[in-house]
Design a protein around this ligand. Sequence first.
Ligand SMILES: [Zn+2]
Ligand SMILES: [Zn+2]
Length: 593
Amino acid sequence: MAKKTSATPDVEKMRHSCAHVLAQAVLEMFPEAKLGFGPAIENGFYYDFDLPRTLIPEDLPILEKKMKHIVKQNQKFKLVEKNVDESISYLEKINQDYKVEASNDLKKEGFDKITFYENINQKGEMTFVDMCEGPHLEGTSKIGPFKLTHTAGAYWRGDEKRPMLQRIYAVCFTTQKELDDYLKQMEEAKKRDHRRLGTDLDLFMFDEEVGAGLPLWLPNGAYIRHKVMEFAFNTYLENGYDPVSTPHIANVALWSHSGHLDFYSDSMYGSLTIDEEEYKLKPMNCPLHVKMYNSSTRSYRELPFRWTEMGTVYRYERSGTLHGLTRVRGFTQDDAHIICRPDQLKEELEKALKLTLYILNTFGFKDIEMNVSVRDPENKSKFIGEDKLWKQAENTLKEVLEASGFKDYIYDIGGAVFYGPKIDVKVADSIGRKWQLSTIQFDFNLPTRFGMAYVGEDGKNHTPFMIHRALLGSLERFIGVLIEHYGGAFPAWLAPIPVVIIPVAQAHEKYAEEILKKLKEKGIRAKLYNSTDTLGKRIRLAEMKKIPYMAVVGDKEVKAKSLAIRNYKTKKQETVKAEKFLTNLQKEIIDRD
Ligand SMILES: [Zn+2]
Ligand SMILES: [Zn+2]
C-alpha cells in the first residue's frame, strides 16, 4: 500500500487492517454484501460496500460491536498469493463482482499473481478474505481505538455511470486520547460546517436549475466576499503590483499553445463556437497574462512585472467531489504573476512570502506551515526546464524560507509539478484543522513555450523567471474556510452587519435612529432592530445572526447618551458613551482587528 496520508506507514497499516475488520463485520451482518475498496485515509479509513439495503445510523454501533469482538480475538492476517486466473475464478465463486473486475484489470495490466489477506481465528479457521496488496498487521489485537463516523454514497471507481456503493467512514488512532481529541474536534467542526452556516446566516446558496458546484452569493456572503477581495487586491496594489484583467474565455489556439489542451484537458470544459472558431472557458489566467507581456519588447529596466487579477476560472470537478464552497466548478483566484530577472529572484520571493504572511495573519491564521516541493534529482526526465534554473529556483526558495525564520519547513523531494518547484502554505484554523491556502510556484514551461524575453543590459534577449502566486487561492474556498475558522462569527471589518441597535421600547427609537445615522456617517453598516417583537426575541435574533455588537438603548442610555453594548465574541456587556463606542468600532474596522 503506497503511503497516501500524513500518517506513518505503521499507522496507515493499522488503519487499513481495521478496514478489513469492518468488512468482516459487514459480511457477518450482510452475507450477500459485495466489497469495493477500503483504503486508509487521513485519520482513519473507509470501505465501500454494495449492500441489500441502505444503512441507517443505528447500524454503525452494531458493526462496531462486531468489530471489537474480532479485534479482541486477535485474528491473524495471513498473506496468500494466487495466480491471476485462479484469483478471478475464486472471486467469482464467492460473488465478489467488484473484486472480479479489479482482478481482471490487473490481469490486463500484466499481473500474473494477485495477493489476498485472510483472517484466521484462534481455531485456525479462515473468517474473512480480501483481495489486497497489503501490508497488514500481524493480528487484529494491535488495532487501536476506532469509531465508525458516518456513511455516504460513493460511485464504484468514482464513476457516476457505475453503481453507487455505500461508503462507511471510520477514524482510528493508536491511543484513546488521540481518538477522543479527534472526536471532540469533529463535533466542533460540525457546528462550524460552512454549508450549514451559509444557510443559517444567509451567505450563499446553490440551485439545482443553476447547476451543481456553482455558488450563488446572497447579499451577506457577497459583502464578505467583496471585503476579502478588496482587502487582498488593495494590499497587492500597495505592494507594487499592477492590476490586469482578462476575459473568461479564450480561443482554443491559446490553450493549445500553452499546453493546457495536452496536459490539463481533463479539467477543462467543452468548447463554445463563436464565428466558427472554438473557444474554451479559462481554467487558468496565466497564458492571458503571458500574451500581454509578449505584446511588446521588454527591457531589463522594466522588470519586475507584478501583475494581479481577481481572475474567475472554471475547472471540471466530478459531481461526487463537490463540497459547499470548498470544491466548486467556477471560482475566482487572487492570482498574480511575477516576471523578473534572475538577479531579482531572491527579493521577489522574499516580498511574496512576506505578503503571504501579512495576508494570512490579518485573517487570524497564526499557525503556518511551509511545504517546499522540489524536483526528484534521480528522476529529472519527469520535469521540464534547465538544470541551472531548477537549482537556482530551489536554492532561493530554501534560502528565503530559512531567512524568514521557517527553519522547520516540510521538504517534499519529487513533489514539484513538472514545470517548476513551489511553496504551498498550510494554515491551522481556530480548531486546529489544517488547510492549504497559498501557493508560490515557479514556471519554466510557459516562458519557453511562449518565447517570453527581455532585452538585457548586454542588448541580448534573455528568458525571465515567471512565478505564479495566489495567496488566498480560490476566494470561494477561502471564504468557506474562513466561515469555519470564525465559526460564522466574523470580525467587525468583515461582518455584513457589525452592529445592530435595539431600542427597548418605542420611546427609545428616536435616539436609536440618531445613533444609526452617526454609524452610517462613519461608513459603518448598521441596522435598527425595532420590530414589534419582544426585546428578548430581538436580542436572540442578533445572537443567532452572530452580529459582533448589539447596542441596546433604554431610558438610562438615552439620558446618558450611552449604549449598552453586548459583545458577541466575549459575551461581555458594558455601558459606554455612544461617541466612544462609535470611535472604537470605526478604529476596529479600519485596523481589521
Ligand atoms: Zn488490505
Ligand atoms: Zn499562473
